[in-house]
Design a protein around this ligand. Structure first.
Ligand code: ADP
Ligand code: MG
Length: 344
């Protein structure tokens, strides 16, 4: 079976690291920290006097959170829950918060997001890159243990049924971004850009007062189909092109599964970008809306006012919510992609 490695660079970022122009204002000092954590490359750029110390604290925090949420580290809380054999496990406040949030989104999306999908992801090989197409029997067997409603959680203690395994990976990076932003802000940072494996989160504007320019990766090739201008927000994408393999049957299978079928979600969408104040919401929704498809995503958007979205369909149409129109510009080379604005 052909293996294709996950494409980590899904979002290109352009930003000015220092002003080239001579100006009376001193150029803000910038510091960057790049490291590998949570199975991905993370890069954080912060501006200001305290940037270096703030970034060191941020990296330490990521490592603490990874130690709590890793599915493979035997000391992590998630590992302990997954090997609890039906017993109750007390969790830290951070894990409790993430759990609570993940279950809330599962409820809200009618199970499009389901942290108990993990054993099926493993069966497909998405957790190890040792890809294979599971048999129908195996999928049915595992689907019997896939149901977030069977998780008992009282705010402090988690109990999952025997055979169930969970992974909070679809929301963990967004929540990590939110916690990093808290640390940077506590340390006086007013301008920063976080790229956590393609999850973009920003504090303020660039030091020169202009918006950050984010390149949105084309789901059809290596280029960026659009540029998006943003300040003080998270811009988080889930795409079928990020991690996938081509089976012996010639079909493409990607890493976002529909918990109702145990197979890669085919809702008609190939890329979903969610923009909002909270990284955790954007991260959770980018995965969920990918599963839900255009119609249900639009319905959810109409009922809430805490996120905006850019959807790309498999047949090359872009849908963006009305508030984004002025921040979004289609790159010339992708002029063949038809754009439609979704109104409330
Ligand atoms: P990534 O974390 O790969 O950037 P996402 O935030 O979209 O992208 O999360 C996708 C990850 O979530 C997958 O790699 C898989 O581990 C897990 N996942 C896939 N489908 C679902 C689902 N329906 N519900 C919850 N988690 C999922
Ligand atoms: Mg996600």
């Amino acid at each position: 079976m052909k293996k294709i490695f996950p494409c980590i660079l899904m979002v290109g970022i352009f930003f000015l690291t220092a002003c080239v122009k001579q100006s009376a204002e001193p150029v803000a000092e910038s510091q960057n920290k790049s490291f590998f954590a949570m199975d991905t490359y993370m890069s954080i750029t912060a501006y200001g006097k305290n940037a270096e110390a703030a970034l060191n604290k941020a990296e330490e925090r990521v490592s603490e959170l990874e130690n709590l949420w890793s599915v493979t580290n035997e000391n992590s809380e998630i590992y302990v829950i997954n090997h609890s054999n039906g017993q109750s496990v007390a969790v830290s406040p951070e894990t409790a918060e993430l759990f609570d949030f993940s279950l809330e989104i599962s409820e809200m999306t009618d199970g499009a997001l389901d942290c108990s999908i993990y054993p099926i992801l493993t069966e497909w090989g998405f957790t190890t890159s040792d890809y294979k197409i599971p048999t129908e029997e195996k999928i049915s067997e595992l689907l019997a243990y896939t149901d977030y409603r069977k998780i008992n959680f009282n705010g402090e203690i988690v109990q999952i049924p025997k055979h169930m395994q969970i992974d909070l990976g679809a929301v963990g990076k967004g929540y990590t971004g939110d916690l990093i932003i808290d640390i940077l802000e506590e340390n006086g940072i007013e301008s920063a850009l976080l790229d956590l494996g393609g999850n973009i989160q920003t504090i303020g504007t660039k030091p020169d007062g202009t918006d950050w320019k984010i390149g949105l990766r084309s789901p059809f090739d290596e280029g960026n189909f659009a540029t998006f201008e943003v300040s003080d927000r998270a811009v988080i994408t889930s795409g079928g092109y990020e991690r996938y393999f081509v089976g012996d049957d010639g079909e493409t299978y990607w890493h976002i599964l529909d918990p109702k079928t145990g197979k890669p979600a085919h809702s008609g969408l190939i890329s979903v970008t969610v923009i909002g104040d909270e990284g955790r919401l954007c991260d959770a929704l980018s995965t969920s809306l990918f599963v839900m498809g255009l119609e249900k995503a639009t319905e959810l958007w109409k009922n809430r006012d805490d996120f905006e979205m850019i959807l790309v369909t498999e047949d090359g149409k872009i849908y963006l919510t009305e508030a984004l129109e002025n921040q979004f510009s289609l790159n010339q080379m992708y002029g063949n992609l038809q754009t439609e604005v979704i109104h409330k």
